[in-house]
Design a protein around this ligand. Structure first.
Ligand SMILES: *[C@@H]1O[C@H](CO)[C@@H](O)[C@H](O)[C@H]1NC(C)=O
Length: 506
């Protein structure tokens, strides 16, 4: 009898501890590419490992089931899937189209049967993917729980206001303009101008339309937009160029998806082993679009170069075979990218330069040859070249000679490899892993009910107060006035003296 009582008591304690510790979290991140989902999923997994339950409204169908993570997928609502399947496209017009169509997509999810069912549950916290998701602020308003922003990119200047972080258009370039660091005078003008245009479009076009899609007024949406407790960003703080100040509510989770390499699958291992001392090259253009939509002239150049190499080439390609495939090239639809990047026999990573791939290459210390296709990839690859651990190969300049030369350079230049290894060491040298760090801060927000004590003072100030523009204007005015007054005095005295001298001479 005594024994049973003890057992029951222990079980009760265990259950209550678990109840206290574990939160029910709603993830709203239905827009984005597969890479974006990978980033969000890494956060969800880190939380699930700590016994939290996550309901993840995702933009791509669940590929496998995970403990304590329930995925909800609303078909035909991920706006990114409509824009990211082919190789050639007009970047600017796609952007504008996406921007203008997003309220319709967001509203469709908000009113879906799936989301109505989700709302029957009780949540402790909402975590919201930033991109094109403003209509969900109305849902957050309804749930009345603290919420956290997440972005699969770095904290772009256009989002700094969500964190109440000071903006630095003087040193941080808009990634779409692809400005190098440090910014020149004209760069800074372009930068400020693009930022102003963006915020006018966002405040006066995007948000009002999102408000209509979500049945609340634009003012409410704007208020809730600035009420998030944290902004979780996909960036490694110590590797940012330039380093910059952050308020404590910006949480860097960059590299959260990076893992030490595991051994390769058996058949791949055998193929790599056969490559011998020359090693192998890994070529992947990511998951956002179909590699086979690549123009034929490019494919032919790639093949011609590959067949002339001593190394073997592992190529991520979305079809099973290729008619003219050289014997040293192996195709695969899916590959364990990080296990490959961590393999000591890998000589080179040829990549489209997506953010996650760049982070993985950094983590595993592998130099890259970047062949960017769209959006931030151009900027990412240029950054890598500036940082000295890789080269840039533009598709428009793809010729046999240049491509071969670039491949040889990245493989043989030991400086590039040393820099890649140095950056890997810097990336791993952090007080906590990105997963532990992120989970700590998410739990902090839950423990402190939204942590309002961390709210940035910038939220209650006008921009001209933040940057002291009014004070500077006053000071400049006073100085101008004083200068003008002294001039006036000097000129008057001088002309009097002159005229008296003239009088005396006459
Ligand atoms: C802002 O969030 C806090 C909790 O984090 C909540 O109490 C408050 O009502 C929210 N304000 C608005 C305008 O949603």
């Amino acid at each position: 009898m005594r024994w049973w009582c003890w057992m029951l008591a222990v079980m009760l304690v265990l259950v209550s501890v678990k109840e206290m510790d574990s939160a029910n979290i709603l993830f709203l991140a239905p827009f984005g590419t597969i890479s974006h989902k990978n980033f969000f999923m890494s956060i969800a997994e880190a939380l699930a490992e700590r016994n939290h339950t996550v309901t993840f409204v995702a933009g791509h169908q669940a590929s496998n089931s995970r403990r304590r993570i329930k995925e909800v997928f609303v078909a035909d609502t991920n706006i990114f899937s409509e824009f990211s399947s082919t190789f050639v496209r007009n970047q600017f017009s796609s952007f504008m189209k996406m921007f203008s169509m997003s309220p319709e997509y967001c509203g469709k999810i908000l009113r879906s049967q799936e989301l109505q069912e989700v709302q029957e549950e009780k949540f402790d916290l909402v975590m919201l993917g930033i991109v094109l998701s403003e209509c969900f602020y109305s849902l957050i308003n309804k749930l009345q729980v603290p919420y956290i922003h997440m972005t699969p990119n770095t904290l772009h200047e256009s989002m700094s206001d969500l964190a109440g972080n000071p903006q630095f258009p003087s040193m941080v370039g808009n990634y779409l303009l692809d400005l190098g660091y440090p910014l020149t005078f004209t760069d800074r003008i372009k930068n400020i101008f693009s930022q102003m245009v963006y915020s006018v479009i966002n405040m006066h076009y995007a948000i009002p339309r999102m408000a209509i899609a979500s049945d609340v007024d634009a003012a409410t949406l704007r208020d809730i937009r600035l009420n998030g407790s944290l902004v979780i960003v996909n960036s490694v703080e110590m590797l940012e160029v330039p380093v910059r100040p952050y308020v404590p509510t910006v949480i860097h989770a960059g590299g959260i998806h990076c893992k030490p390499a595991k051994p390769l699958p058996k058949d791949l291992e055998a193929w790599v082993a056969e490559a011998g001392d020359e090693g192998f090259i890994f070529f992947s253009l990511g998951s956002a679009f179909k590699a086979s939509t690549m123009p034929e002239k490019y494919r032919l150049v790639l093949l011609k170069v590959f067949v002339s190499l001593k190394q073997r080439i592992l190529w991520k390609w979305d079809q099973d075979t290729m008619d003219d495939l050289p014997p040293n090239v192996r195709l695969a639809k899916w590959l364990p990218q990080q296990d490959i990047l961590g393999d000591p026999r890998l000589r080179l990573f040829i990549t489209h330069g997506g953010l996650l791939s760049i982070q993985e290459a950094t983590y595993h210390g592998i130099p890259i040859l970047g062949m960017p296709i769209f959006v931030d990839q151009h900027h990412n690859v240029r950054q890598v070249q500036d940082e000295g651990w890789g080269r840039h190969q533009a598709w428009e300049e793809l010729t046999y000679d240049l491509f071969l030369q670039n491949i040889h350079q990245v493989i043989n230049d030991t400086k590039l490899r040393q820099e890649a290894v140095r950056r890997s060491v810097v990336m791993r040298d952090q007080p906590m892993s990105p997963g532990e760090w992120t989970v700590y801060w998410v739990e902090y927000v839950i423990r402190h009910r939204g942590a309002p004590h961390l709210r940035s003072p910038f939220f209650t100030m006008h921009w001209y107060e933040v940057y002291n523009v009014d004070v500077w204007l006053l000071l400049t005015g006073v100085m101008a006035l004083v200068t003008w007054f002294f001039w006036w005095v000097i000129l008057t005295v001088f002309s009097r003296v002159c005229s008296t001298i003239k009088h005396k001479q006459e």
